[in-house]
Write a protein that binds this ligand. Structure first.
Ligand SMILES: [Zn+2]
Length: 227
């Protein structure tokens, strides 16, 4: 775990140049929000920091040490420290909230991997073994409503989800056609969108080359053209 005592000792020295160093006990604590406390206890100074701050950059920890120790010794807090700390916390909280909202929306929207005829989780596991040495981390997989479809398949990086149109969840659709659609979306996981100048490169040459390694590539392409 990260040792924050030197930072707090340096700030203490700045605020109390003639006072002997107290003993600091600094812990990270799983606060529900970004919260920190400081108090004197048995001759020691006890600091509890939110574990959300565990990866905070040094200047942020220094700003927080200034804020907490100045509160403890009733000294004015220069605006720069408050501003630096607030900026960091704001970003963390916004990021945490955005992540939570994405998760909730993602859950609501996803219908699930088990269809009437095909199970996308099973298709993914099989393709993962056959083409990716079983090494690809499983994203969320879900059937998407056929009515709302614009795409046959879609990889959504924000939700880490592969969505496949329900039109493939039918007995008359050969399994290899569905597999080919899922395989294509798995390649999107393997090859994230690149920028080529100002242009988004969605299907770079290595993506297309690997796509052709699908066992029934020609038959699947032909079947998709007929759809
Ligand atoms: Zn694509």
């Amino acid at each position: 775990m990260r040792d924050l005592a030197p930072t707090f000792l340096a700030v203490f020295r700045e605020l109390k140049p003639r006072t002997p160093y107290p003993e600091f006990k600094i812990e990270f604590y799983p606060f529900a929000s970004i919260n920190s406390t400081i108090r004197r206890q048995d001759g020691r100074i006890r600091v509890r920091l939110s574990d959300l701050l565990e990866a905070a950059p040094e200047p942020v920890i220094e700003a927080l040490a200034q804020i907490l120790l100045r509160k403890l010794y009733r000294k004015p807090i220069p605006a720069q420290y408050n501003a630096r700390y607030r900026r960091f916390v704001g970003r963390q909280e916004i990021a945490a909230k955005a992540h939570l909202i994405r998760q909730i929306r993602g859950r609501k929207r996803l219908a699930g991997a088990q269809g009437a005829h095909y199970d996308l989780d099973e298709i993914f596991a099989d393709l993962n073994q056959r083409y990716f040495y079983g090494l690809m981390a499983k994203p969320a997989l879900s059937w998407a409503p056929a009515a709302a479809r614009r795409n046959l398949g879609h990889f959504d990086p924000a939700h880490n989800a592969i969505l496949i149109s329900r039109i493939f969840d039918r007995p008359r659709v050969p399994r290899y056609v569905l597999e080919y659609i899922v395989y294509h979306e798995m390649l999107h996981l393997k090859y994230p969108v690149r920028m080529k100048g100002s242009r988004r490169c969605v299907h770079p040459p290595e993506f297309q080359a690997e796509e052709r390694r699908f066992a029934q590539w020609q038959a699947a392409e032909a079947a998709l053209k007929r759809l």
